[in-house]
Design a protein around this ligand. Structure first.
Ligand code: CTP
Length: 399
């Protein structure tokens, strides 16, 4: 059964060129057996007619705040009867009005009156999207619990290239399906580490690795969808972490360890995805090293093993999950890590396989548990791997 079955979804359409894609979105939501009500702004009607949505959804399309044919107060009624509201596309103008509590049309009134989750799918010119005012407004809305589905990069209708194109409709549907997934992990307080650590030699130079932070992000999103409270300690990553309950950015392995140590006991599940550097510089130079010399010498020393530190300190009720990047003897090496670092299971990633590893969309993984069980997942998208990890945690909590 689809997760969207019988869900009342209010689709708000605002006036952008990608408004036509909202027709496809409503069609796909209906295909998943959702009940869809559409509310349009008057600018949206310049791009797509209300009649199109009316025929697609079989429901009356609301556009007017003061429609005398309505028996009930329309914005309160529509706000109350929805399970979720999605604004697609959301223009810069609409986002800014919403962020500032302006309610000069039916859709904005609904957003202020509702208690359900609101998802916003921005679509606009790249310069508008990157404009500081718009970014501040998005940040403000996120802080207030509004969920954003990021626009994609590519060719824009205005002729520019860059970030601003409405997210793929199928990705929006996938997101909604996940949103209505069971909330079996709602009692969990999760810590996820993600991204790459940096060990500095001087104020401008460091050693690091190419970890993108995407695997950590996928896991964070999956656990959030299943109701968990998600906290992130991130090394270097370009991914947006502002959708989560708490996040902090650090540079070095020592900073990561200190941050985690502060509140280690409060986490019920710890997932150590971050690619932590194994070595650090013995001496960090306070001033920038000049290029006067032809040769430079430095000593490296072993870094703090953050996962080992957690494994040594953890209590029995905490679930501890590690990741391993391997190129040979994958299972053998990963098994050792499970034992030595006192883990419940490890996700071993064979980065020698094509399509797997840092920065890619997928990983070639095997899950190895402390009881010796081995699940060969093979090459899967990072989203699917995140689902498998969450399934496994759910199962462990049931037992
Ligand atoms: N890890 C860590 N601190 C380190 C090194 C690794 O917390 N200094 C964690 C990683 O976050 C990961 C796990 O340990 O969850 C395994 O990391 P990996 O790099 O595969 O293994 P290492 O323990 O560093 O061993 P090796 O590099 O010898 O394979």
């Amino acid at each position: 059964m689809s997760n969207l079955k019988n869900k009342n979804i209010l689709l708000g359409v605002t006036g952008g060129i990608s408004a036509y894609k909202a027709c496809e979105l409503s069609r796909l939501m209906l295909k998943e057996d959702a009940k869809v009500n559409v509310v349009m702004t008057s600018n949206a009607e310049k791009f797509v007619s209300a009649l199109t949505f009316q025929y697609l959804t079989g429901n009356k399309v609301s556009t007017d705040m003061y429609d005398i044919s309505d028996e009930k107060i329309s914005h309160i009624d529509l706000a109350d009867k929805s399970d979720l509201i999605i604004i697609c596309p959301a223009t810069a103008n609409f986002i800014s009005k919403f962020a500032n509590g302006i309610a000069d049309n039916l859709l904005l009134n609904i957003l202020l009156a509702t208690k359900v989750d609101i998802i916003v799918c921005p679509a606009m010119n790249v310069n508008m999207y990157e404009n500081k005012i718009i970014q501040e407004n998005i940040k403000k809305l996120k802080k207030n619990g509004v969920i954003f589905i990021e626009p994609e990069s590519g060719e824009l209708a205005c002729g520019w290239e860059g970030k601003g194109r409405l997210a793929e409709v199928q990705n929006i549907i996938n997101f909604l399906k996940k949103k209505f997934k069971n909330k079996k992990l709602s009692k969990e307080n999760i810590l996820i580490t993600a991204g790459a650590t940096r060990e500095f030699l001087d104020p401008v130079r460091f050693i690091s690795n190419p970890s993108s932070g995407i695997m950590g992000l996928c896991i964070a999103e999956e656990f959030k969808m299943r109701g968990a409270k998600v906290n992130i300690v991130a090394g270097h990553t370009d991914v947006d972490l502002s959708n989560f309950d708490s996040y902090i950015r650090i540079n070095t392995a020592d900073e990561m360890k200190n941050e985690i140590a502060k509140q280690l006991k409060k986490y019920s599940v710890i997932i150590k995805v971050a690619a932590v550097g194994d070595y650090k510089f013995k001496k960090i130079k306070k001033d920038k090293i000049k290029k006067d010399e032809n040769k430079i010498d430095f000593d490296l020393e072993k870094n703090t093993d953050v996962l080992q530190f957690i494994g040594d300190k953890r209590n029995k009720n905490q679930i501890l999950i590690g990741f391993a990047a391997e190129t040979d003897k994958v299972i053998q090496n990963a098994k050792k890590k499970v034992k030595n670092k006192n883990l419940d299971f490890i996700v071993a990633n064979d980065i020698s396989k094509e399509g797997s590893g840092f920065g890619s969309k997928s990983n070639f993984t095997t899950i190895i548990s402390s009881d010796g069980k081995i699940d060969k997942l093979g090459l899967q998208t990072k989203e699917t791997i995140a689902e498998k990890i969450a399934d496994k945690v759910e199962k462990m909590r049931q037992n």
